[in-house]
Design a protein around this ligand. Structure first.
Ligand code: NDP
Length: 342
C-alpha cells in the first residue's frame, strides 16, 4: 500500500515516515524544495520504498494537483501533516491562517479530482488548538474532550500569532469534516483527525538538532541553554505527548476501522516550564549549577488553576500507553547534549 505524507520534512512527519517504512509501506512524501528532498533521501539512505515530490506552498489551492494527477491511482492513504507551526510572523492571515486552511481544502480537492476511488483513508494532523481556546484552557471550571471545539472566529484569529495559530488549526480541521459531509458521494475516503497537545521528544535524526528546534521542543532547548539567572515563564503551561506516540497514533488512525470518524486527542498530561527544569536538573547532573532552577516543585501550583483535559476516550480507543513526561524530556535533552558534544 502507498501512503502519501504531506510536509514529510517536519518534526512529526519524519517519525511517521520512518515508522511507515519500517512497517513495509511505500511512502510518497512532499517537501518544499529539491534541496530538502535530496537531504531527506540521503538521511533515509535512499530507502527503496521512499520517494519525494515537491509541493512548495500549500497556501496555493491546487498545490497538490500535480502529485495526485500523477500518483493518485497508486495512493490509498493520505496523511496531511503539513501546516505552519510558528509564531514568528505579523502577517497572520498570509503566513498561518491561509496556508493551513487552503492546504487542507486543497489536498482534499486534489484527492476528489484525481484519486476519488483510490484513496480510502485520510488522516489530518490537527491539534489540541482546534479543541480549546487560550482563555478556556486557563479556566478551571472547564473540561475539554474530543467533542469540544475552539470557538475562535476568523476576525479574532487575526489579532496575535498565538490566536492565529490556534485559529489556523481550527478552521483547517473544520474544513476537513465539512468537505467530507459535502462530498460523501464523490469520494471514497474515511477521515480521522489526530489532535496532539505540545509534541516533545527527540528529532528522528541527531543531525537535525540545532539552536532553534521546532516550536514545541524549543521550550526544552531554551532551558538546556539557560543560565542560573534565567527566569522561568511562570504562566506557561500546556499538555505534552511524545512524538513517537504521535507517530504511532497516525498509523493506527488509518489502519484501524474503529478509529474512523474520530478526533484523537493525544495528551499524557500537563506541564509547566518549572516541571521541565525540575526533571532536567534532577536527571542531568552535568547541567547542575549551569541552568535555570526556578522554584523546584512549584509547577503543580499553576496546574491546579487550569481547565481539565479529559482524553480518556482517545486513550481507550488507541489502547497503548503514552510515554511519560520524564521519558520524553530526558530523551529530548540527551539528544541535544549528544549533538552538542556536551
Ligand atoms: P514542523 O514545523 O516541523 O512541520 C511542519 C511541516 O509543514 C514542515 O514540513 C513544513 O515545511 C510544512 N509547511 C509549513 N508551511 C508550509 C507551506 N506553506 N507549504 C508547504 N509546506 C509547509 O512542525 P511539526 O512537525 O511539529 O508539525 C506537524 C503538524 O503537526 C502541523 O500540522 C502542526 O500544526 C501539527 N501539530 C504540532 C504540534 C507540536 O507540538 N509539534 C502539536 C499539535 C499539532 P518546511 O519545514 O519546509 O517549512
Amino acid at each position: 500500500q502507498t501512503v502519501f505524507v504531506s510536509g514529510a520534512s517536519g518534526f512529526i512527519a519524519l517519525h511517521v515516515v520512518n515508522d511507515l517504512l519500517e512497517s513495509g509501506y511505500k511512502v510518497i512524501g512532499s517537501v518544499r524544495s529539491q534541496q530538502k528532498a535530496d537531504r531527506l533521501l540521503k538521511q533515509f539512505n535512499n530507502h527503496k520504498n521512499l520517494s519525494l515530490v515537491i509541493v512548495s506552498d500549500i497556501a496555493q489551492l491546487g498545490a497538490f494537483d500535480d502529485v495526485f494527477e500523477k500518483y493518485g491511482e497508486e495512493i490509498s492513504i493520505v496523511l496531511h501533516t503539513a501546516s505552519p507551526f510558528h509564531f514568528s510572523t505579523t502577517e497572520y492571515e498570509k503566513d498561518l491562517l491561509i496556508p493551513a486552511l487552503n492546504g487542507t481544502k486543497g489536498i482534499l480537492e486534489s484527492i476528489k479530482k484525481y484519486a476519488a476511488s483510490s484513496v480510502e483513508r485520510v488522516v489530518v494532523t490537527s491539534s489540541y488548538a482546534a479543541v480549546t481556546d487560550f482563555a478556556g484552557d486557563s479556566d478551571k471550571t472547564k473540561t475539554f474532550t474530543e467533542e469540544s471545539w475552539n470557538p475562535v472566529t476568523w476576525e479574532e484569529a487575526k489579532k496575535d500569532p498565538y490566536t492565529a495559530y490556534y485559529g489556523s488549526k481550527t478552521f483547517a480541521e473544520k474544513a476537513a469534516w465539512d468537505f467530507l459531509k459535502e462530498n460523501k458521494d464523490k469520494v471514497k475516503f474515511k477521515l480521522t483527525t489526530v489532535n496532539p497537545v505540545f509534541v516533545l521528544g527527540p528529532q528522528l535524526f541527531d543531525e537535525n538538532v540545532s539552536a532553534n528546534l521546532n516550536t514545541s521542543c524549543q521550550f526544552i532547548n531554551d532551558i538546556v541553554h539557560s543560565t542560573p539567572e534565567t527566569e522561568l515563564d511562570k504562566n506557561l503551561f500546556g499538555g505534552f505527548i511524545d512524538v513517537r506516540d504521535v507517530s504511532k497514533a497516525h498509523q493506527l488512525a488509518f489502519e484501524r476501522d474503529d478509529l474512523i470518524g474520530q478526533r484523537l486527542i493525544l495528551s499524557e498530561g500537563r506541564f509547566t516550564m518549572q516541571d521541565f527544569a525540575d526533571i532536567i536538573n534532577e536527571d542531568f547532573p552535568k547541567l547542575k549549577g549551569k541552568i535555570a532552577v526556578g522554584k523546584p516543585g512549584s509547577g503543580q501550583d499553576l496546574l491546579k488553576s487550569i481547565a481539565k483535559l479529559d482524553n480518556s476516550k482517545t486513550k481507550r480507543l488507541l489502547g497503548f500507553k503514552f510515554r511519560s513526561l520524564q521519558e520524553t524530556v530526558d530523551d529530548t535533552v540527551s539528544q541535544i547534549l549528544k549533538a552538542e558534544h556536551k
